[in-house]
Design a protein around this ligand. Sequence first.
Ligand SMILES: Nc1ncnc2c1ncn2[C@@H]1O[C@H](COP(=O)(O)OP(=O)(O)OP(=O)(O)O)[C@@H](O)[C@H]1O
Ligand SMILES: [Mg+2]
Length: 337
Amino acid sequence: MLIKNVFGVDLGTSAVKIYSLRKNRLMAEKDMIALRNGTQVIAVGNDAFEMFEKNPPNVVIDRPIVNGKIADVDEVEMMLRLLLKRTDKHVGRKPIIYFSVPVNMSEIEKRAYYAICYNSSFQSPKIFLVDRPICDALALGIPLSRTRGSMILSIGAQSTKMSVLSNEQIMISNSIPVGGQQLNEAICEDLRRTQNLLIGTRTARRLKAVLTNLDRPRDEARKVFGIDTLSGLPKEAVISSALISRIVEREVVKEAETVRSFLERIPPQVGRSVREEGIFLTGGTARIPGIDRCLSKIIGCKINLSGNYELCTVKGLEEIIKHKELRKWAYTIKDKK
Ligand SMILES: Nc1ncnc2c1ncn2[C@@H]1O[C@H](COP(=O)(O)OP(=O)(O)OP(=O)(O)O)[C@@H](O)[C@H]1O
Ligand SMILES: [Mg+2]
């Protein structure tokens, strides 16, 4: 039997996550596109990431999604077309595409999701939008019709989203431009200031992923190569888990304070329900060991760590695609919200 192709797409700042119903497969690829002479696409996704910081001058590597939003319609269109094909060779005629989208988008931002699909190569697709906290809630198994107050905290690459769901709707939502990339930048900045060592954000990201532990720093260190900011010459240094964990903790504490003041602003009866249930933590940055306990200490509320991490939102789209009764959460640009 020929199954109509249905995709779920979560356009993240660090990675694009795609679910294909026909293949019943989830895939994550870096949000990157490599263009030669500004127009010719030579790589997308993980292949483009491999070229990042090593590209020749006539090749530009771009991230067409910034802060969880479409920054360059043409580039996202080119990247998505190739990534959908990578998920399933037969994108097929009239595919149905469900996009997870930020809450409270402007009309122009909504139109961008249509613009990236109305290219002839997609052959008249049908497009639906679903608010990201709803996707996360469905993946987390939060009973949307019954909850009196559930809070989701999603820490991605360039944004932290805080949302409270109550009585079948998103009651309040806020997003701050802080995520994993800001942690990488904090590591670069700290090493430059304290050790006169210049490293790239890719190296910082690797140090963060292998050395951070917010419960107790590991008895471990990594050798890195950078540039001495005083002499301009190559420099080698050994960076400890204790140092990286301290830098990351400092940033996480600042973020936790923002979350605490968000929680203080929600109506008391809803806040009570959130506190009883605990805050649901998701997103790729939630992979940092001990981040849940560190946040919990500052916010003063239990944190439930979701094992879905960066795939949480796209798994919510998968739920909507597979279960007809959940389609009520999807809307089109014509629907009044
Ligand atoms: N093991 C790890 N330790 C620390 N951070 C990690 C780890 N694995 C992934 N990350 C971080 O998770 C982030 C990516 O998470 P995610 O895919 O949820 O973000 P995104 O959806 O692309 O971004 P956004 O939601 O902000 O648009 C990156 O900043 C990455 O460095
Ligand atoms: Mg995301």
